[in-house]
Design a protein around this ligand. Sequence first.
Ligand code: PMP
Length: 445
Amino acid sequence: RAPQLPPCEHKPKAYTGPSFDETLAARKEFLSPGLFLYYKQPLMVVEGHMQYVYDQTGRRYLDAFGGIVTVSAGHCHPHVTKAAVDQLNTIAHTTTIYLNNQITEYAKLLASKMPGNLKCVYFVNSGSEANDLAILMARLYTGNYDLIALRNCYHGGVASAMGLTAHSTWKFNVPHSFGVHHAMTPDPYRGVWGRDDRDAGRKYAADIKDLILNGTPGKVAGFFAESIQGVGGVVIFPDGYLKEAYRIVREHGGVCIADEVQAGFGRTGTHYWGFETQGVIPDIVTMAKSIGNGAPLAAVVTTPEIAKTLAQRIHFNTFGGNPVSCAIGKAVLEVIDREKRQQHCLEMGKILLAGFHKLHAKHKVIGDVRGMGLMVALEFVKDRATKEPNKDACVQVFERCRELGALVGKGGLHGNIIRITPPMCVTKADLEFLLEVLDIALSEV
Ligand code: PMP
C-alpha cells in the first residue's frame, strides 16, 4: 500500500488553464533554456495551501522543499495573503523617495529581531541583490577590496554573487570573482577534520588567516558565509568555526557578513538566526527567501556606522521596500511569532532527524545525515568508507518520492544530497508520511 498523505480540508479549484503539454511547449519556446526543470517528467504546480501544492489534475503533494527553502509561513497563508491584498487595494508602489508607513513599520519590526547594533535595514528584491549590496558596503566601509568566501557556498546568480559562489556548476566562463578568495569548507563530513575532532572549528578557520596572508594584501573588505550552507547540501560548521573566523577577519580589517537567506527566521529551531547557532554577531546580515514566504523581498541589515557609507553617493532600488512586499514581510514575522514557528521547527526537526538516523541505520547508500530544525539532508554514497558520491541513487530516490507524493530538494556539488526544508507549518503526520516515502524509495535503490 502506498503511503497516504495526512487528510486536508482544502479543496483545490478546478484547474481550467492551458494544458500541461501547452504549458511545457510554451515554456520551451518562450522562456530561457538556461532555466532548469526538476524531474524527468516535469511537475506542473498550479495551487498551494500551507505545506501542500497541487498539480493541474488536483493531485496533492507534500512540499518538503518549501519552494526552495522559501515558503516559511505556508503557501497562501491567510494572514500573509490578507496583508498583501489589503495593501494592493491601498497603494502598491511608492518607492523610497516618499515616506510610507509600511516600510518603516516593517523595518522597525525586523530590526527588533536582530542582536547587537544591527538595526539599519536596506530592502531589495532577491538574495543576489542583497549580497551584491553587502559587498559594496563592506568595501566602502573598510576601504579594502579583497573578499573571503567559502568553497561549496552559494550566494546568488548576479555577477558579483556568482563570484562569491564556489560551485563550478553555477559559475559561467566570464570575468567575475574579482578580489574573491575561497577558503576551505568547514565540512565535518567530507573535510579533513571530522566530527570527532573537537578542535575542528579552529583548525578550519586557520585556513582563512593563511589565505589572507598569502592571497591578499594582508587586509580584506569582508568575509561571507552562509550560516548553514544550503545549496551545498546543508553543511553545518563545527562549533567555534565562525567565532574564530570572525576574529581573524576583523583582525585583518574586514567585516563579517552572514548570509541568512536559507538558515534564518527560526528554521534552525534553536535560534532565530543561523549565525546565533555559532555564537557570533555579524556586521552585515543578508536575508531573502523565507523573509517573504514567496514574495520578491530581501534585505541587508547592518549597523548605522556601516550603513552610513552608502550615503556618500545616491543609491536607489526601484522596488526595494515596495509597500506590498513590506506588508507581506511584516505579516510573515507576525505569523512566525504568533504560531511559535521557531519552537515548532525545533520539535519537527527532532522527529525528522530521528527518522533520518533510522534510515541511515537501515540503508547503506546513506553516507551522512545532518541538519538543524527544518533544514536537514541525506547524503548518498557508493561506499561509506570512501564516501564516493552516489548521484544516481540520489536521483532515483528524488524521482520516486515525487511519484509517492513528496517533493524534496537536491543539493551538493555532486548532486548526491537530498534536502528537506518544508514550510514551517509542516506537521508530525506529514513528516511520518515523508519518512515512509523515503524508506520505500531507499528500499528500491
Ligand atoms: N544566498 C543563498 C544562501 C541562497 O541559497 C540563495 C538562493 N538559492 C541566494 C543567496 C540567492 O538568492 P536569490 O535567488 O533570491 O537571488
